[in-house]
Design a protein around this ligand. Sequence first.
Ligand code: NIG
Ligand code: FE
Length: 400
Amino acid sequence: MAILITGIAELATCDDELEGADHADGLGLLHDAALVVGTEHEDVATTIKWVGPATGAPAADWAIDLGGKAVLPGFVDSHSHLVYAGDRSAEFAARMTGQRYDGGGIASTVSATRAADDDTLRALLRARVDEMRAQGTTTVEIKSGYGLTVHDETRMLRLAGEVTDEVTFLGGHVLPPGTGRSAGERSAYVDLVCGRMLQAATPHARWVDVFCEPASPHAFDEDEARTILAAGIAAGLLPRVHGNQLAPGPGVQLAVELGAASVDHCTYLSDADVDALAGAAGTTVATLLPGVEFSTRSPYPDARRLLDAGVDVALATDCNPGTCSSSSMSLMIALAVREMGMTPAEAVCAATLGAAKALRRDDIGRVRVGGPADLAVLDAPSYLHLPYRPGVPLARTLEV
Ligand code: NIG
Ligand code: FE
């Protein structure tokens, strides 16, 4: 079954090899374009069969006319924490009147999540994934990290695996509530994460992550983070890091040292951090999460500085109950353009191809023959409308 999609005023392919496309701004743009998508068998995922100008489109079994809209790769949200119960809107409100974020509020989400049964968590998770999909996100990475016991981390990972292949073990999120801050108690928890918890998590996860943030008393220092990531790598998981969110710190250098696919937040970077990330282009992506700065009233990361240095940059939501409760990649693009010095084209690339790189995926994040038909359509004629019309629900997943 082949479906011809026409009426595409502007197609952003993010494919730098597509012949005939405009590659000036890195988006591989085609105007008045068409796509053919289809599947050989009903049980096989729909793939892209043909991409090009509408005038050259081949015949198909079925046709859809979008009537002059923009189409782009479905957004890749490469950083989220969607398995949780509870609500921290009051914490958000307190921050807006001056309270600082230090990760302490995570404890309340841990209590609510542990208390919720699987069916409750599953329903909450599925509603959040549906909310993302309705806004044009076609791939989402999901972390554990609100269980912090062997039992609760494992069930979070199992539930995440029901809705995505990109599952991340984050037993090293914060010290569990009630843990004393003595060196002995800290190292006992790190031992648990690297031992029985990791063993239970590994069959359910692709990635291992850690909140490496010595500026927070709740999170992990450089040595603890290295220990957790090294154990995860030894168990066969691929590393990624939360780093440099609240203050300058060791997260970026650690991520580069370990060949992590991504270091996320990157709000406070030294020149040495930027140099290290530039040297690690092709291996380690800097994933920027501007919804966090918006929702914690913090300074935005300097994306321009990173891009000018040649760093690979991604954008993601970090959707979670504490630091950013938005699931909107369109909002992240608007913030990146307005607040972080990115051009609209750079922001769209970072939310698609860049985020795919942050997940070490070369099948998604672009529109290319042979790839999955993961597409977003805008209720607008150009991708420029994403930052131009912030807060307007323009993007949705193109269901074919
Ligand atoms: O990526 N920084 C640490 N973890 C999450 C926030 C978790 C929370 O506050 O619930 C983040 O921002
Ligand atoms: Fe996060």
